[in-house]
Design a protein around this ligand. Sequence first.
Ligand SMILES: C[S@@+](CC[C@H](N)C(=O)[O-])C[C@H]1O[C@@H](n2cnc3c(N)ncnc32)[C@H](O)[C@@H]1O
Length: 275
Amino acid sequence: MTAIKHVTGTAFIVAEYRARENEEAHPLYVDRVVPIFLDARTRAAADAISAGFPATEKLPRLRTRYFDDRLDEQLGSGCRQVVILGSGLDTRAVRKRSPGVAYFEIDDANTLNLKQARYAENGIDAPVAFIPGNYVAAGVLPLLESNGFDAGLPSFFIWEGNTMYLTRPAVMKVLADLKERVRQFAISFDYMDEAVVARTTGELQTTTFVERFAAMGAPWHFGLDDLDALADEAAMTIADAVTVGGLHRTYWPDRPLDSIVYDHYSLCTLKPRAA
Ligand SMILES: C[S@@+](CC[C@H](N)C(=O)[O-])C[C@H]1O[C@@H](n2cnc3c(N)ncnc32)[C@H](O)[C@@H]1O
């Protein structure tokens, strides 16, 4: 297995937290596929990151529901290609398969090889093109187009748990490339605000949370306070935007928010602005 460290290792930690939602009486989503990637090592790594700070586990669970909902909307409105950037152990190509819809996943070769092997061992036939590579270094479109992606078809991009590991120029380049090359698309992504990334929220647990990722070799670089400005700069419109705190209040109205971090973490969907 890929070592559970560096940015690639974060995928195994997220997968652990995502799977734990299955145990809830009224889960936000059900992911029966993700447990095939988990073992004692992934559990230990995830527990070390979340120790003493339950929000660590809840953030990816709430965000998973958001991306699932956006994907369902896109599939319902004629999307023909779903691209998952930095896909890690995302199982949507299996869970959300849809006739006539092609999935593309880009991530590190070791992670995708392990994923493919586990799918094969478990008899899971996923309609997905696994594309090993670094989409910042190689560019999203070159990687996609050499693997059968058609920039003329309506497409949806899922960019989950990625932006914090990038720099602002890298984030803007991804958006600019899609805007320039893909005829019709939407992209959903999550982002931390600047105070979280700068470790200045004043909440010790949130600062420790960020430091734990840095200590495993996966430091965060990109934080965002002004989504309007980013969308303007990218010549895109905001189709929707919500904080994870908003999702927490919606889905878990009886559970108290146990950290400020929920309101410092956001999700959004952007579409190209009409010319
Ligand atoms: C926190 S994990 C999230 C995985 C998945 N999207 C999810 O939410 O379950 C981040 C993933 O993004 C991948 N990643 C980050 N930057 C990348 C890049 N420039 N090119 C390819 N993969 C990248 C990492 O290898 C890792 O698997």
